[in-house]
Design a protein around this ligand. Structure first.
Ligand SMILES: [Zn+2]
Length: 158
């Protein structure tokens, strides 16, 4: 692996936001609000166990279409979903480990990754644990610990 290769970045977002139902465009605004992230270099990794949602923007394959229309990459990764709804989340099987490895490789390749779930606050959501796992695996592979940004939350929430 080249020493100086630039790693991608890691963030999380909850699509419910401060109001219970938020449109897809809030995701785009949160990413653009960072000033340094570009839609075309960002992969939305949907870490919901199920894509059933009352927010129709995020239900089923609608979310993939919205992402693609906005120029965002999109991947549904149910292997990293919280099927047990227990926190802290831990990888339960080799599929979860493989899926985390796959996202680590994306970051090693320079791709920015946003872990997306429904929950508003990252502290109440397994996406925080998924992010920690990815940071740990990435440190093993790349020898660097990268920060995790939680998009769309007030500073006092972070
Ligand atoms: Zn969640």
């Amino acid at each position: 692996m080249p020493n100086k290769r630039k790693l991608g970045r890691l963030a999380t977002i909850g699509y419910r936001g401060p109001k219970r139902i938020e449109p897809f465009n809030r995701i785009v605004e949160c990413i653009l609000g960072t000033q340094t992230w570009y839609l075309c270099r960002t992969l939305i990794a949907d870490v919901r166990y199920s894509r059933g949602s009352r927010c129709k923007d995020f239900a089923g394959s609608n979310i993939r279409d919205f992402c693609n229309d906005a120029g965002l990459g999109y991947l549904w990764v149910p292997e990293l979903g919280n099927s047990s709804r227990v926190l802290p989340w831990m990888p339960q099987d080799s599929e979860a480990d493989q899926a985390a490895d796959m996202l680590v490789r994306q970051i090693v390749d320079g791709q920015d990754v946003v872990l997306m779930c429904a929950c508003h606050r990252h502290k109440d959501c397994h996406r925080t644990n998924v992010a920690e796992l990815i940071v740990e695996y990435l440190a093993d592979i790349a020898g660097r610990v990268i920060p995790v940004t939680h998009l769309g939350e007030d500073e006092q929430d972070a």
